[in-house]
Design a protein around this ligand. Structure first.
Ligand code: 13P
Length: 287
């Protein structure tokens, strides 16, 4: 059964480790992540962006697939199904479809509007026992080939949002989705420290987990980060393994073109990436 991310993240924050959110795009991704979480006895969060939800034909399909896998794969570790960077309407749709957790990304609104919309969602999620992630400050990323640096969160605004009763808070601290540029300045631990001082026990979320050096990940966890999102790294390992398979000509030999064979190396590569992250984040044997 899917669970809210609240308990696993509160335990993670208190225990000084982080739970990984791994984004899913299809059946192979989901199966690999669930298999490794179970193998390592780790709680896990499956992230679904609005785009990935659409690609998988809609949120109901995603809920049906994940619930089916939990049962058929006999998954016993805590698993949350979480909307990643949701709009207000997207959150309502996912709640309706059976997600156990949602992120409302109101960071592009003026803070008053972010507060008002987050507040409404807090009431809905509390009533249904779902976890809710909010965002303050923007997370950088690539748009039209240009990598934006994002904007560090204002710790007082973080407090205002945290006080609404959200479950976890994503604060921009110089982190970027996708690959980091050569001249990246690194995470702003000064901002993270100030945010944690303002928000107390609130589990903090680090987006853009791909490509952050290990020492920075560990430092972020020591300063209150209890959830770390990883997407691009799984995509890269999947693509690289698939490319190697095709270049080796295996897709053309015998039954190598069978999609179950063609996608197998990528699915194994994702497993390896997830194993590495669970080890680094320290969530193994915490289920
Ligand atoms: P990366 O793609 O950089 O790993 O970031 C994932 C993320 O933060 C999803 O919200």
């Amino acid at each position: 059964m899917l669970v809210s991310a609240k308990e696993m993240l509160e335990k993670a924050k208190a225990g000084h480790y982080a739970v990984g959110q791994f984004n899913i795009n299809n059946l192979e991704w989901t199966k690999s992540i669930l298999a490794v979480a179970q193998e390592m006895n780790s709680p896990v969060i499956l992230g679904v962006s609005e785009g990935a939800g659409k690609y998988m034909t809609g949120y109901k399909t995603v809920v049906g697939m994940v619930n089916g896998m939990l049962e058929e794969m006999k998954i016993t570790v805590p698993v949350a199904l979480h909307l990643d960077h949701g709009s207000y309407e997207g959150c309502l749709k996912c709640i309706e479809a059976g997600f156990s957790s949602v992120m409302f990304d109101g960071s592009h609104y003026p803070i008053e509007e972010n507060i008002a919309k987050t507040k409404e969602l807090v009431a809905i999620c509390n009533e249904k026992g779902l976890s809710l992630e909010a965002e303050v400050g923007s997370i950088g990323g690539e748009e039209d080939g240009v990598v934006g640096a994002g904007e560090c969160a204002d710790p007082n605004e973080c407090k205002a949002i945290a006080d609404l009763g959200v479950t976890m808070l994503a604060a921009g601290i110089g982190n970027i989705h996708g690959k980091y540029p050569e001249n990246w300045k690194g995470l702003s631990f000064e901002t993270l420290d100030a945010v944690q001082q303002q928000t107390g026990a609130m589990p903090l979320v680090l987006h853009g987990g791909t490509g952050i050096p290990e020492d920075m990940i560990k430092k972020a966890i020591s300063l209150g980060v209890a959830k770390i999102n990883v997407n691009t790294e799984c995509q890269l390992s999947f693509a690289e393994a698939t490319r190697k398979y095709i270049e080796a000509g295996k897709d053309l030999e015998g039954k190598g073109f069978d999609p179950r064979k063609l996608l197998a190396p990528g699915a194994e590569a994702i497993k390896e990436t997830v194993r590495e992250k669970i080890t680094l984040f320290g969530s193994a044997n915490r289920a």
